[in-house]
Write a protein that binds this ligand. Structure first.
Ligand code: ZN
Length: 133
């Protein structure tokens, strides 16, 4: 079941300068990590219960690089936290929502993640994510 927003993913050109901007707001990075499966370097910035996930492409053919090329920097996805990713994913599909990932894959922080297709979610890329349990 989905209970809260996990994080908001923001595509940035330069991770370090984006981090600097958030520092000016008094926010601190929890950690940075490279997610090989998506060719991105990410930084998580906790804001209360929700995190901001800054995403920087590590390869030219990364989806983040393509996103920035097409739309510029900005909000890339919203991630909803679930306690049972497989079940919520299957239920979404059953109800006619188009999935990008029909099977969970590995996300940052040892999470399991799956994306829903923006064409069936009002133009917003939604990520379902389940914390390592
Ligand atoms: Zn994310």
């Amino acid at each position: 079941m989905i209970r809260k927003i996990s994080h908001i993913g923001i595509a940035v050109k330069d991770l370090n300068s984006a981090i600097e901007m958030y520092r000016k707001l008094g926010l601190e990075v929890e950690g940075t990590e490279i997610v090989e499966s998506q060719n991105v370097r990410v930084a998580f910035i906790p804001v209360g219960d929700v995190r901001i996930e800054l995403l920087e492409a590590t390869m030219e053919d990364s989806t983040i690089a393509k996103f920035i090329e097409k739309k510029g920097e900005g909000i890339h996805h919203i991630a909803l936290n679930t306690d049972d990713l497989e079940s919520d994913l299957q239920s979404a599909e059953t109800q006619g929502i188009t999935l990008i990932d029909s099977k969970p894959r590995k996300g940052a922080h040892q999470t399991k993640i799956a994306f829903l297709h923006p064409k069936s979610t009002n133009g917003v890329l939604l990520e379902l994510c389940q914390d390592k349990g």
